[in-house]
Design a protein around this ligand. Structure first.
Ligand SMILES: [Fe+2]
Length: 482
C-alpha cells in the first residue's frame, strides 16, 4: 500500500510518500514555491512526489475540526483547513485518515528510530490543544502517558521572546538561540523565570505576546534576554525530561516537536538518557512523514534524510576537495535534497574551518548577521578528539565544546561551542570521502558546513535554483551532474 502523508496550515508544509515501510520521498513545500516556511502544499511538489507512486491512502497530520474548535474557543493564530486535500482530486478519490498533531510527531520520531522500547517526548508551540506530551513506545505500539494543554507551552514561551527582541516568531528562534552565547543570562534571569517558573505554570498566554516587559534599552539587552530565555528554557526542559524518565523508566528517548531543534538545550539530555533519537525534521515539517507512519502503524526503514528533489549525479568528491584547498570555500548541490531544516552535504556551502577570515566571507555571501555561528561537519571517528562528545550527531542536533578551537576558529561560537554534524561512511559516503581527503591533505578532519540558499529564501532545490544562484553570486556551484 502506498501512503501519502501531508501536513499543511502550519509554518512548514510538506509531503511524504511511503510504501510497505520504505520511505520513497519526503519534501518541503517551500523548496518548490520559494516561499520561506510556506504554509501550504503546491502543485510542483505534488507533481514531484507522484513520480514516486500514486497513493492508495492519504494520512493528514492533524484533526482539522479539533483545531478549528480550539481556534474558535481558546484563540491562537493559524489556519485549520487542509486545502490541498479538500480542493483537489485527492480529496475526492483517495480515502483520507486524520491523526492528532502530537501523535503525528510521536510517530515521526518513534517509527523512524531503531528503538523497540522508548519514551517519546513531544514539545512544540501547539497542536490542536496539546502542547507537551509524553508517550511510551513498545514494539509497534505507542501509548499516551501525559499531556499538557494550551496555553502552557514550551514553544510559545520561546517564540514570544523571539518576537520581543525583534525577530520573527515560529521562524527565527534559532537566531535567538545563537544570540544567547553573547549574553549574560544572570541579568534578566529572575524576570524571565517569573514568566515560566515551573513546567505546569506560566504567567501568560504567550500567543498574545509579552506586553509588560517594558523598554529594551540597548542591543546588548537583546543578547542578555536571549541568554536568560535559553537558560530558563533549559531548566524547564531538564525538569520535564526527568519527569518523563521517572514516569516511564525508559532510558531510550525519542524527542520531537519544534523544541527539539534547540541544539544547545538538547545536549543536556545525554545526562538523563542512554540513547537519544531526534528525527532530522522534528518540527511540523516532519509530520507528513509522521502521519504516513501513523497510518502504516509500524517502524519504517530509515536510511538517511536525503529524501527530496533529486538532482542526480555522483557526489563530486575530488572537485569539492580541490575547490576548498584552492579557494577555501565551495558550493555544492547534488543528489536528493535534505528533508529537514539543515543542509547536510547535498545543498551546502563547505569551507576551510582553519581560516579565521572564512566566517566573514561566508557571512558576506549569505548576507547574515556577523554574530551568527557556523557549524562544523566532522568524520565521526575523529569527533571526540575535536569536540567534547561521546555520541554521534549526524543531523547537527547537539552543541558541544570545541576541544581545539585554535585550529578550527571559523566553526567555534563565542562561548567556545560548536553545533556538530558527525558523518560516517554509511551515512554519506561522498561527504565522508571529502572529509577524509581534506584530512589527509591538512590533518584536519573538519569542514565548515552551512546551507546553500539566497538570503531569506529556502535551500536550493532544482536546476533553476542553481542557475539563479550562480547568476546572483557570479560563482559556480559544483553539481556532480554528468
Ligand atoms: Fe507541532
Amino acid at each position: 500500500m502506498i501512503i501519502l502523508g501531508i501536513n499543511e496550515t502550519s509554518h512548514d508544509a510538506s509531503v511524504s510518500l511511503i510504501q510497505d515501510g520504505q520511505i520513497l520521498f519526503a519534501g518541503h513545500a517551500e523548496r518548490y514555491s520559494k516561499q520561506k516556511n510556506d504554509w501550504y502544499i503546491n502543485d510542483s511538489l505534488i507533481k514531484n512526489v507522484l513520480q514516486y507512486g500514486y497513493p492508495d491512502r492519504i494520512a493528514y497530520y492533524e484533526k482539522p475540526l479539533l483545531k478549528a474548535s480550539r481556534l474558535a474557543l481558546r484563540g491562537g493564530s493559524g489556519d485549520w483547513k487542509p486545502k490541498y486535500i479538500i480542493d483537489n482530486m485527492f480529496g475526492k478519490r483517495v480515502p483520507t485518515t486524520y491523526f492528532k498533531h502530537h501523535y503525528s510527531h510521536a510517530c515521526a520520531g518513534y517509527y523512524t528510530s531503531s528503538f523497540n522500547d522508548a519514551v517519546i517526548v513531544v514539545l512544540d508551540a501547539i497542536g490542536e490543544y496539546n502542547t507537551s506530551t509524553i508517550w511510551v513506545g513498545e514494539g509497534d505500539k505507542i501509548k499516551l502517558k501525559y499531556k499538557q494543554n494550551y496555553p502552557i507551552s514550551f514553544g510559545l514561551f520561546y517564540s514570544a521572546f523571539t518576537k520581543l527582541i525583534g525577530l520573527m516568531p515560529n521562524q527565527e528562534e534559532y537566531i535567538m538561540m545563537g544570540m544567547a552565547a553573547y549574553g549574560d543570562w544572570k541579568k534578566y534571569y529572575r524576570k524571565v523565570d517569573d514568566y515560566f517558573p515551573t513546567i505546569n505554570h506560566q504567567k501568560y498566554n504567550f500567543h498574545q505576546g509579552i506586553n509588560d516587559w517594558g523598554w529594551i534599552e540597548s542591543e546588548q539587552d537583546k543578547f542578555d534576554i536571549a541568554a536568560a530565555v535559553q537558560f530558563v528554557y533549559q531548566q524547564r526542559l531538564n525538569e520535564f525530561m526527568h519527569m518523563a524518565y521517572s514516569m516511564t523508566g525508559k532510558k531510550n528517548l525519542v524527542f520531537m516537536g519544534g523544541c527539539a531543534l534547540n541544539s544547545s538545550a538538547n545536549t543536556i539530555l545525554w545526562n538523563i538518557f542512554d540513547m537519544i533519537w531526534i528525527m532530522p525534521n522534528p518540527g511540523d515539517a516532519g509530520s507528513s512523514l509522521g502521519a504516513a507512519a501513523a497510518l502504516y502503524g509500524k517502524h519504517l526503514e530509515w536510511k538517511n534524510p536525503y529524501l527530496g528533489y533529486d538532482l542526480g549525479g555522483e557526489y563530486p568528491v575530488q572537485e569539492i576537495v580541490d575547490g576548498i584547498l584552492k579557494d577555501g570555500i565551495i558550493a555544492v548541490a547534488t543528489g536528493r535534497a535534505e528533508y529537514g531544516p539543515r543542509a547536510l552535504g547535498n545543498r551546502s556551502i563547505l569551507a576551510d574551518p582553519r581560516d579565521p577570515n572564512i566566517k566573514d566571507k561566508v557571512n558576506k555571501i549569505k548576507q547574515r548577521e556577523l554574530f551568527r555561528p557556523f557549524a562544523p561537519v566532522v568524520m565521526a571517528e575523529h569527533a571526540s578528539k575535536w569536540f567534547d562528545m561521546d555520541f554521534e550527531s549526524p543531523y547537527m542536533q547537539y552543541t558541544v565544546k570545541c576541544l581545539q578551537p585554535e585550529k578550527i576558529p571559523s566553526v567555534v561560537h563565542a562561548d567556545g561551542t560548536s553545533r556538530v554534524q558527525t558523518v560516517t561512511k554509511d551515512q554519506h559516503r561522498g561527504l565522508w570521502r571529502v572529509l577524509n581527503k581534506f584530512y589527509l591533505e591538512t590533518g584536519v578532519p573538519v569542514l565548515l558546513n552551512t546551507s546553500l540558499n539566497i538570503k531569506g529564501q529556502p535551500l536550493l532545490n532544482d536546476k533553476n535554483d542553481i542557475e539563479k544562484w550562480e547568476k546572483e553570486y557570479q560563482s559556480k556551484i559544483i553539481t556532480g551532474v554528468v
